[in-house]
Write a protein that binds this ligand. Sequence first.
Ligand SMILES: Nc1ncnc2c1ncn2[C@@H]1O[C@H](COP(=O)(O)OP(=O)(O)OP(=O)(O)O)[C@@H](O)[C@H]1O
Ligand SMILES: [Mg+2]
Length: 325
Amino acid sequence: MKQTIFSIQDLKKYYLVKLGLFKKAYIKAVDDVNFLIREGEAYCIVGESGSGKTTVTKMLLGLELPTEGKIEFLGKDLSKLLSDARSAKDFRKNVQAVFQDPFSSLNPRKTVKDILEKPFKVHNEKIEMETTERLLEEVGLIPPKEFLKRYSHQLSGGQRQRVCIARALALKPKVVILDEPTAALDVTIKAQILNLLIDLKEKYNLTYIIISHELPLLKSIADKISVMYAGKIVEEGAAERIFNNPKHPYTLGLLESIPPPDPKSAKTKTLPTLEGEPPSPVNPPKGCRFHPRCPYKFDLCDKIEPEKVEIYSEHYVSCHLFNRK
Ligand SMILES: Nc1ncnc2c1ncn2[C@@H]1O[C@H](COP(=O)(O)OP(=O)(O)OP(=O)(O)O)[C@@H](O)[C@H]1O
Ligand SMILES: [Mg+2]
């Protein structure tokens, strides 16, 4: 069995917000999630806007503290790791991030060379010209000498994201957390960046945590998929299971945007469309949070929260349709 990189247990993040002059309420951004991320895996978290994906990644990066629950990195409690300067530095070196908007991620006053040298300076590591050139070659920015002197406004969106990926790889991390890495890019560029990520993962045995709201896009890269809805994981399993044997009605809805390979096929015709809006994170629906939008709901769904059931090896679903014994 591969080494466990992150272990996430009963994780919650509630934000206290003002609703009026005297009224306050909690936004339940992440509400009791559990999962394991193993070495070399591309672990993808998918869900609509507001489902809590970024909040999970902020906690994994140590940028937000959990309200409840525990995160372990390589078997050690993350909050303890971060409270010690040395181990915190080690963690930051090993766990890097790439965000959605490559434009705002890059300092407009710095050249690509400055940007790529910064991680080495922060970590007091030796930099050689070849190091930055090699990094640019790795991400397909060729000839590297030409790109080193450019500023971010002299790059296209795809090239900027390549620089962000090069910067994330500079210190040879174990894990790269990618929050919607292709959302701001054109369709063709999206595919190129995904292919680059697949190659780099193979080459450096990287572990990825990829956040996306487009489930179909993840098909070529995902090893495991967690489907989040209103702060909860409603389905989790090997990517191959999620694409070929999805169970939760919400997952089916997210897959609906895949063009059917064979339009005459009965299987693809039956996928339901996802109607309605995600619920309010302040007052999520009672019972199953998806029930107001679910085409298969029945009498239990608006009363009792479904438990997580393992329907196949490491394939979990939280839905009353699968809770019946
Ligand atoms: N600092 C904060 N204070 C209050 N509420 C917050 C804060 N950060 C996030 N939220 C709320 O928590 C919920 C989850 O937000 P999050 O950014 O994790 O969603 P997401 O799944 O990443 O969405 P998107 O796909 O739009 O990026 C949302 O309702 C959001 O408004
Ligand atoms: Mg987000």
